[in-house]
Design a protein around this ligand. Structure first.
Ligand SMILES: Cc1cc2nc3c(=O)[nH]c(=O)nc-3n(C[C@H](O)[C@H](O)[C@H](O)COP(=O)(O)OP(=O)(O)OC[C@H]3O[C@@H](n4cnc5c(N)ncnc54)[C@H](O)[C@@H]3O)c2cc1C
Length: 290
């Protein structure tokens, strides 16, 4: 094994994910600035170690065997306001962007308060909620490659469609991004955030560890409706359960393994395909050594 100078060895990833599941990373390092991020990426490359950039860990199913190479946890949070535009570092919690915007009387970014995770995760996966997605509000993003070289890409270069971007499947990371709202007023934006958060609490099993929607919604339908219609609400494998509150959520009762969650996902896919002929596509990203 390499002796690369990377933070912690064999760090369990479970505590760093919203599902509270995941084996060890060979090396784990928290970065808190652009310099940290670029430095770590370049050192990893010199040691020929693969890099996985972890944001909030809110859209991940990390394998029980963990992740080989280096996991960088993005703890770089910073925002600047310029008129109705917010410029945010990629480790900034998306909810913080919403709060900063609301306080500044910027509207149109309230939905971000309800999507857990970081700016980088949202830019990578085109996160969205309440009818708006990242692609609708992003102005541009500063990106970085494995050499530590960075450049700015406009919204149209990010290849967005539903929960998809041109960054997926590439080693390119988002360093920061600018989002544009419209001039509004603070009280309305704050009220809107509260309404959206209440709606979320009513509909989603937020008290148990989960990773948001497990599957993407197929065109013109809802994955949750299909899973419920095949009778899998409440289905259980090991410590993983299809939520009784929302069938497109799998929750961890406390002792679930990644293998339990994966097996339950496979059961949902199999039964929905058999009954409706619909192929469910995972929204959650499976990472690590399966
Ligand atoms: C309760 C709950 C509700 C949710 N509701 C929604 C919702 O309404 N809408 C929605 O879209 N999602 C939702 N999600 C899923 C999740 O919040 C989003 O996918 C979020 O954008 C993931 O961000 P993250 O920082 O946690 O990314 P992570 O889960 O840490 O990583 C996801 C992917 O993004 C990559 N990534 C992270 N940071 C960067 C970066 N800086 N540059 C490049 N790639 C990066 C990672 O490498 C990984 O491939 C929900 C999740 C939960 C737990």
């Amino acid at each position: 094994m390499t002796t690369a100078p990377f933070g912690v060895r064999a760090e369990r990833l479970a505590p760093h994910t919203s599902l509270r599941i995941g084996g060890p990373a060979d090396f784990f390092l928290r970065v808190a600035s652009e310099r940290d991020l670029a430095g770590a990426i370049v050192v990893a490359r010199e040691h020929e170690l693969p890099v996985f950039l972890l944001g909030g860990g809110t859209n991940l199913l990390v394998a029980d065997e963990g992740v080989r190479g280096v996991v960088l946890q993005n703890g770089w949070s910073d925002t600047k306001i310029d008129g109705p535009t917010i410029d945010a570092a990629s480790g900034t919690p998306l909810a913080h962007v919403a709060a900063v915007a609301a306080r500044a009387g910027i509207s149109g970014l309230e939905w971000m308060a309800t999507v857990p995770g970081t700016v980088g995760g949202a830019v990578h996966g085109n996160a969205g909620a309440f009818g708006t997605e990242t692609a609708d509000v992003i102005v541009d993003a500063t990106l970085m490659d494995l050499n530590g070289d960075s450049w700015t890409a406009g919204a149209e270069e990010l290849g967005y469609s539903y929960r998809t971007s041109a960054l997926q499947g590439t080693p390119i990371v988002c360093v920061r991004a600018r989002f544009r709202g419209t001039e509004g007023d603070r009280a309305t934006a704050v009220r809107r955030i509260k309404e959206m958060a209440n709606e979320r609490m009513r509909k989603q099993p937020l008290a148990q560890p989960n990773t948001g929607s497990i599957f993407r919604n197929p065109p013109g339908d809802h994955a949750g409706r299909l899973i419920e219609a095949v009778g899998l609400k409440g289905a259980r494998i090991g410590g993983a359960i299809v939520s009784e509150k929302h069938a497109n959520f799998i929750v961890n009762t406390g002792e679930a393994t990644a293998a339990d969650v994966k097996a339950l996902m496979e059961r949902c896919r199999r039964e929905v395909l058999a009954k409706f002929g619909v192929q469910l596509v995972p929204e959650v990203e499976l990472v690590g050594d399966w």
